[in-house]
Ligand binder design. Sequence first.
Ligand code: SF4
Ligand code: SF4
Ligand code: SF4
Length: 205
Amino acid sequence: MKPANPSRRAFVLGAAALAVGAGIGAAARPCAASCDALRPPGAADEAEFMARCIRCDRCISVCPTDVLYPLGIEAGVLAVRTPALDFRAGSCTFCDLCRQVCPTEAIGSVDPYAPEKGRIGGAQVLPARCLAFATPGSCGICVDACPYGALSFDDERRPVVDDSKCNGCGECVRICPANVNTSFSGGDERGIRVATGKQMEGVEA
Ligand code: SF4
Ligand code: SF4
Ligand code: SF4
């Protein structure tokens, strides 16, 4: 049999060591990205949610809009398989099913019309990505789509968020076409996002 090329073998071993190191790095950050994950509506605060959630997957399986997904190792080892929301897949209708199936009361009930009592997050327009900022009047899909009347136009027909009405349902993010049109500039953000409390305070996870 032909012996392995030593330089190739060293390269493969080095790459494997790097991959293991990256995995250990992620595992060593027990609450890395998860601290900034958008949790199901009515979820307890992050520390309590992490303590209560038994990673049973029931909320993810029952969600009719497929907005819930299990976090992976990149969120930190303790957060693996805890549920988070991805508005590229769907939005939250506050149907309450995830709360009903949760065996540990990690998820609570939310009145979507009273966001001051609890919400998923808060919408933020991203001027660098929003089409209406690039060309005023060219888009306003999110304003029409918001089920809670939390979006309106400014004088130049650019979207503005009314924070007192926004519950973080994510419908504006789901429907925003900006990623399709601005993807050449990199990243996968759309023209609007739903920020966690930490992101809104400018705190990095
Ligand atoms: S309230 Fe309904 S739509 Fe929202 S995350 Fe839970 S199951 Fe999904
Ligand atoms: S149903 Fe409750 S315990 Fe199960 S994964 Fe969802 S939040 Fe965690
Ligand atoms: S997340 Fe978007 S669609 Fe949902 S209430 Fe807030 S502004 Fe409206």
